[in-house]
Design a protein around this ligand. Structure first.
Ligand code: PGA
Length: 244
């Protein structure tokens, strides 16, 4: 499977700035050996879909509802995202766990709903600084995986992606710094092995957290790093195209 590079624009851009950046991506990032996916905010998704239509760029959403339809004010159905041309959806990003109080049950339901709608969930997991300091990283990740993937069945290895994003390494967090490539590799392998036991398929495991043009090639040399989620550096087309 191709390496997958996901641009997570979060809520960092105005509507107009999202469209401008999508146009720049369309011009600068093409003919790639890697699969590149943009995750804009919901509001700009439809227009970004039109802007990138003739390119090889793919479309992702930053979240989707835990059900496919119904009386859920303010939610967005994975079925509608799919109809718009969205292929991937980030689920369980640490910012949603922290600021929007998403718990394991919600994340599990969102994965099941996304799969039912034929979206490819990108499940985000990662330890916080507390778990890291207390030496609980692997136990914490194993538990996050177990709970998020409860009752999840996939037909092929391409149907689901996992992203390892140590919370303390995400660039917007205080004193953030990226994990070393070799340390990351060891944890990525741990996650891959665990995921195989649960899913019976070898899914792609991405790395996320302060990825930039300087450290990206070192990460990609590792056997178990199948791509990235890029936040801050995805807002600068030059940096992002260098990573790609
Ligand atoms: P970062 O964000 O690249 O800015 O650290 C990654 C993420 O939050 O997905």
């Amino acid at each position: 499977m191709k390496k997958l590079i996901v641009a997570n624009w979060k809520m960092q851009l105005s509507y107009q700035a999202s469209l401008d950046l999508a146009r720049k991506y369309s011009k600068k990032i093409s003919g790639l050996k890697k699969e590149v996916v943009i995750c804009p905010d919901y509001l700009s998704l439809p227009i970004v879909a039109t802007i990138i239509k003739k390119t090889k760029l793919g479309l992702g959403a930053q979240d989707s509802a835990a059900v496919t339809a119904g009386a859920y004010t303010g939610e967005v159905s994975p079925v509608n995202l799919r109809a718009l041309g969205v292929k991937y959806v980030l689920i369980g990003h640490s910012e949603r766990r922290e600021h929007l109080h998403e718990n394991a049950a919600i994340i599990n339901a969102k994965i099941l709903a996304a799969l039912a709608a034929k979206l490819i969930p990108i499940l985000c997991i990662g330890e916080r600084l507390t778990e890291k300091i207390n030496g609980q990283t692997k136990d914490y990740l194993a538990e996050e995986l177990r709970r998020a993937l409860k009752n999840v069945k996939i037909k092929t290895a391409a149907d689901l992606v996992i992203a390892y994003e140590p919370v303390w390494a995400i660039s917007t967090n205080k004193n953030a710094k990226p994990l070393g490539a070799e340390e990351a590799e060891e944890i990525q392998k741990f996650i891959k092995d665990r995921a195989v036991k649960i899913l019976h398929k070898t899914v792609r495991i991405l790395y996320g957290g302060s990825v930039n043009p300087k450290n990206s090639s070192e990460f990609l040399k590792q056997k178990n790093i199948d791509g990235f989620i890029v936040g801050g550096a995805s807002l600068k087309v030059k940096d992002f195209s260098l990573i790609c």
